[in-house]
Design a protein around this ligand. Sequence first.
Ligand SMILES: NC(=O)c1ccc[n+]([C@@H]2O[C@H](COP(=O)([O-])OP(=O)(O)OC[C@H]3O[C@@H](n4cnc5c(N)ncnc54)[C@H](OP(=O)(O)O)[C@@H]3O)[C@@H](O)[C@H]2O)c1
Length: 280
Amino acid sequence: MSAVVVTGGTGKTGKTLVRVLRNAGVRARAASRNPAGADPDAIRFDWNDPTTFGPALDGMGGAFLLAPVESVDPLPLVEPFLREARRAGVRRLVLLGSAIVLPNAPSAMELAARVQAQPGGVVLRASGFMQNYLRPHPLARHMHRSGEIRTAAGDGKLGWVDARDIAASAAALLTDLERDARSDYLITGPHGMSYPQAARIITAKTGREIRVRRITEKEQAAAYRASGMPTEFADALAAVERGIEEGREDRVSTAVLELTGRPPRAFAEFVSDHAYEWTQ
Ligand SMILES: NC(=O)c1ccc[n+]([C@@H]2O[C@H](COP(=O)([O-])OP(=O)(O)OC[C@H]3O[C@@H](n4cnc5c(N)ncnc54)[C@H](OP(=O)(O)O)[C@@H]3O)[C@@H](O)[C@H]2O)c1
């Protein structure tokens, strides 16, 4: 089996992916700015330092690509990485992309197209992460403090997916590099869910009463900015909620089942697995 480098290897998706790959007997190199000292196969990798790209890709047959986070224009930083991946002979490149295209971030689509043009390039277009309901995400921090979900998305639904299922889907593609694959998968949970529905599930499963407060897109952008997000990114994320409210993001797929052989986790299962988040 070929070795795999996992960028964002210490993040929510990457960390799980590294563990799943290693459990399957695949050598997985965890790449991030702060490699864990205790992990002999961790490597320093920084999107702002292209000299770290070559060593991270050296000897790798597969790569998981987590583009610079909180950027509305990741392409200029990722392009040299794609060139380096071709040079290194990477045979499967899996990009963690998004089902939702941020309104002021056209380069995300361009990035997806560039990855698909690479040898073995696959884009996982992930829906909203269930992990956004866990701290330190601003949604979760506010919910923990006030018992409220603030949203501008009304009753609009999203196909929320557990990041563990995204990692499992990526692992399926990176464990078997010869596996037949499409160049694009929409990765979602089993059904669409609105914020009010999420609040009801959390309340029922944990006993902590969670209410929904409906706010405007402008108020949401201000809240994201106040949580420390860069202005452009905060505005784009808030604008996404309008699309959700209008029903434009209410999509689900069978891709997790297709790739992993297991149906994706439902939100109720996710909440049970993380009940401590609401009871402490
Ligand atoms: N949340 C959602 O609802 C959602 C939905 C769809 C798609 N997505 C996509 O998912 C991605 C985030 O995935 P995640 O939540 O698994 O990640 P995450 O938990 O936010 O972790 C980010 C990872 O990237 C590393 N990192 C940060 N800045 C870096 C830099 N300059 N150079 C190198 N590495 C860097 C971090 O490690 P260090 O800090 O140690 O470097 C960490 O390993 C984003 O691309 C987002 O667009 C999210």
